[in-house]
Design a protein around this ligand. Structure first.
Ligand SMILES: NCCCCCC(=O)NCCCCCC(=O)O
Length: 392
């Protein structure tokens, strides 16, 4: 593959030269001043737990508030490989569950729930007038000229309505989603792979079609690239500035980065269940968080109203939710309760139940990424808990 220029990217730290520090220069001045405090952005880093691994966290089971209506909830959480589960009604944590070995302040990978966070950052920048959703993507990232993103609007990327030669089969080694992973450092590189995520995005092609839903993880990374271009910040910093710094989080979130330091917006965020619930709380509070307004009420209303039912083609989703749609990086069930969710493979949900003003977080480690069987069990729990909240 011929490496092509993907243009200027935000400096890793103020004053850093483009592309610096690299794996070979981070130990040298002046880079060491930044790198010694940010090593996890350059080298895979293991945490030294403050909890003795020999005495893993005790399980936490606080499901009493739901026990009358859902006496088998704990069993269902166990059967669906739940690591953390939390129900936040208003500002009250009504129920919580953490499996043995996973503590309430442990972070968990969100997979594609990360997309809903990125969508929120884009929403904030649209509110500020810094992104116009009707503009073509290439207005912000001209380096995507010639790719499938040469033509579609930012809104079509947000709503995933672009026909892309991208196979999102997580277990197919020949799929584009696996090449994407390799470019981002999630899998071992192969000869000829793009050097990084930016370059991978420039390689994507399509038939020029728009208007039909196609779930494609690359779209979110394009959004993150746009975020970088309009803010001059790295995506990791923008996520902090526009979202995380405002939600009164207990802990820092983390995001995986590729070798250029580009955050894997489509699936790489990890955080605690309680902090993720705070993002849901902000949505149900009309875009307002303890640190101030994150997105406009109008943005939140657009998400809760759902997207185009006609555009939705995902039979897996519509078999469960016949009125389902996807908009602004959120899955919208179109059911009578108006449930909307961030959804990630292997059982991650940030589920909003506007009717009871509740947020349900479920973080899991299903053995399979994305089967109807597992989604069915998971949706069943989320719907049953939502209905139980009507009476609690
Ligand atoms: N390769 C990096 C991470 C990709 C994460 C992909 C992901 O989490 N996808 C979620 C798919 C949700 C499907 C929902 C449904 O069909 O019901």
């Amino acid at each position: 593959m011929n490496a092509r220029s993907t243009g200027q990217h935000p400096a890793r730290y103020p004053g850093a030269a483009a592309g610096e520090p690299t794996l070979d220069s981070w130990q040298e001045a002046p880079h060491n001043r930044w790198a010694f405090a940010r090593l996890g952005e350059l080298l895979p880093t293991a945490a030294v737990s403050r909890r003795d691994p020999a005495t893993p966290a005790e399980p936490v089971v606080r499901l009493d508030a739901l026990a009358t209506r859902l006496p088998d909830l704990e069993q269902r959480l166990e059967e669906t490989c739940t690591d953390a589960f939390l129900v936040l009604r208003g500002s009250e944590v009504l129920a919580e569950y953490y499996r043995a070995g996973f503590a309430p302040d442990d972070r968990h990978l969100l997979m594609s729930v990360s997309k809903s966070l990125c969508g929120t950052v884009v929403g904030a920048l649209i509110d500020e007038g810094r992104i116009d959703p009707a503009q073509p993507v290439t207005e912000y990232v001209p380096e995507l000229a010639g790719s499938v993103y040469d033509g579609p609007s930012v809104l079509q990327v947000l709503d995933m309505q672009i026909s892309i030669d991208y196979n999102e089969d997580y277990v197919d080694p020949a799929s584009e989603v696996q090449t994407h992973d390799r470019s981002a450092g999630w899998r071992t590189r192969r000869d000829g792979d793009p050097a990084d995520t930016y370059e991978f995005l420039t390689t994507l092609r399509g038939d020029g079609g728009t208007g039909e839903f196609q779930y494609c993880s690359a779209n979110t990374d394009v959004l993150a690239w746009i975020v970088e271009r309009v803010t001059g910040l790295r995506y990791v910093e923008a996520l902090s500035t526009y979202l995380w710094a405002n939600v009164d989080a207990d802990r820092d979130a983390t995001i995986t980065v590729d070798q250029t330091g580009f955050g894997f917006a489509n699936g790489g965020v990890s955080c605690t269940a309680r902090d993720l619930a705070r993002v849901g709380r902000m949505m149900l509070d009309g875009g307002v968080a303890p640190g101030g307004r994150v997105v406009s009420q109008g943005w939140v209303e657009s998400v809760l109203a759902g997207g185009s039912r006609e555009a939705m083609t995902d039979e897996g989703f519509t078999s469960a939710f016949p009125e389902g749609s996807y908009t602004r990086q959120w899955w919208c069930t179109g059911n009578e309760r108006g449930n909307v969710s961030g959804i990630g493979i292997h059982g991650q949900n940030l589920w909003l139940d506007p009717r009871t003003d509740s947020v349900i977080v479920k973080l899991s480690s299903w053995p399979d990424p994305d089967t109807r069987h597992w989604h069915g069990l998971q949706s069943g729990i989320l719907l049953d808990v939502s209905r139980a909240l009507d009476a609690v």
